[in-house]
Design a binder for this molecule. Structure first.
Ligand SMILES: Cc1cc2nc3c(=O)[nH]c(=O)nc-3n(C[C@H](O)[C@H](O)[C@H](O)COP(=O)(O)OP(=O)(O)OC[C@H]3O[C@@H](n4cnc5c(N)ncnc54)[C@H](O)[C@@H]3O)c2cc1C
Length: 381
């Protein structure tokens, strides 16, 4: 993957970042005939996409009820609707790729971690059902009978899935390249400047001129954007050795909970369990790594709580960074002072779904299709 020839000097769109977001954008634009250059300071899919546990979910870190209080019910419902559509988009895209990307639809269950959260989940389900968003309330008995998890009830939805984020991203980039896109790995973008009617992207391999620039740099967003807008957090994850039996759950759903910070769990197709959570505000890498043993213990305890009848051995642990916004929504759309510079950043824990929303909006803008949903995700909200 990649291209050692000199990059073109002019193109329609430069995408900065070859993670899952940049790959989704590049794939759509190359399909629609635009000339695209994707560059990444690392290898493709080497940012948080590689660290992702890849639960594909339409959940937003702020519940619909709380989001409605923050931004109004209509906009909150629209945000959830876009997220739900994005899960379907990801399934459709995965099915259109010739490579195996590990995409598998499955239900999602959000467990009430405390007795007092049961009422919140019931209200959340009622609100979602009123707006035709896929959700139902399960009592603790139904949860126990179906999956064996101890809980105080749960929100259950059939619209979710899992995928392999690295294979998915690489397959998208391969397809974009086969349609004429140019991929430049290990090519940092150092600066973006206005150059007449175009934008000049100064890279480690020369300067590119483009009509549009898409910032798909994950949590490594330009410092000017980050100040006060996105709080960086470290999330920890572990994967077990393969298990002969996953108990009543059998890995049939993705799992998360109402506690904050929340745990999240899925099974892999080779019979392992992947669990993440124990989030902490990001300070620096040394601090993040120092916390690894205690956070791993927390995740192991959570695993024991959720799968009380299953004996697990931890095979591998890791940590990664994600950004959190106040309302749980990402930043997607044009820079206020530079309308041809588009951002697709500020994702929370369900960044894969937000990546698919961003790809739809951002590629539409590059193709000259204005999108009213931009107002939900604008920088100055
Ligand atoms: C441990 C962990 C678990 C997660 N679990 C889930 C989950 O279960 N479900 C879910 O939906 N999401 C999850 N997420 C979040 C999700 O993985 C991310 O939101 C998503 O991968 C972001 O993709 P991206 O393409 O926007 O960013 P990235 O994958 O970070 O890609 C950005 C790219 O930009 C490049 N870049 C940065 N600066 C420059 C520059 N100046 N020049 C050139 N290139 C640059 C980077 O090298 C990187 O490759 C998780 C995250 C972590 C860390």
């Amino acid at each position: 993957m990649g291209d050692s020839s000199p990059p073109p000097r002019d193109c329609d769109v430069v995408v900065i970042g070859a993670g899952i977001t940049g790959a989704l954008v590049a794939d759509t634009l190359a399909r629609d005939g635009l000339s695209v250059v994707v560059l990444d300071r690392r290898a493709p899919a080497g940012g948080s996409t590689a660290a992702s546990t890849s639960l594909v979910s339409y959940e937003i870190d702020v519940s619909l009820k709380n989001l409605a209080e923050m931004i109004g019910e209509e906009d909150a419902v629209r945000s959830y609707r876009l997220s739900l559509d994005a899960v379907h988009d990801l399934g459709t895209i995965a099915a259109s790729l010739s490579e195996q990307t590990g995409f598998a639809p499955c239900p999602s269950i959000c467990l009430a971690s405390h007795r007092k959260h049961r009422r919140d989940l019931e209200q959340e389900v009622a609100l979602r059902q009123r707006h035709d968003l896929d959700a139902e309330f399960w009592t603790a008995e139904i949860v126990e009978q179906t999956y064996g998890f101890p809980s105080h009830g749960a929100l259950h939805t059939g619209t979710a899935g899992v995928l392999d984020p690295v294979r998915f991203t690489r397959a998208l980039l391969d397809r974009a390249v086969s349609r004429g896109a140019v991929l430049l790995p290990r090519t940092p973008a150092r600066d973006v400047r206005q150059d007449g009617t175009a934008l000049a992207v100064v890279t480690g391999r020369g300067t590119l001129r483009a009509r549009w620039v898409v910032y798909a740099m994950g949590y490594e967003m330009p410092a000017s954007l980050r100040a006060g807008m996105v709080a960086l957090h470290t999330t920890y994850a572990l994967v077990t050795e393969p298990l002969a039996d996953l108990g009543p759950w059998q890995g049939k759903s993705i799992v998360w909970e109402t506690a904050r910070p929340y745990g999240y769990m899925r099974a892999t197709d080779d019979g392992r369990v992947m669990i993440g959570g124990a989030d902490t505000p990001f300070k620096d890498e040394a601090w993040r790594d120092r916390l690894m043993p205690s956070r791993t213990k927390r995740l192991e305890r959570k695993l024991g709580q959720w799968l009380p009848t299953v004996q697990t051995d931890t095979a591998f642990v890791w940590a990664g960074t994600f950004g959190e916004t106040r309302d749980g929504l990402p930043y997607i759309g044009p820079m206020p002072d530079c309308p041809h510079a588009l951002y697709a950043l500020g994702y929370g824990a369900n960044g894969i779904t937000f990546g698919a929303i961003a790809a739809r909006i951002v590629s539409g803008l590059c193709l000259g299709r204005p999108n009213d949903d931009v107002r939900l995700f604008r920088l100055d909200r």
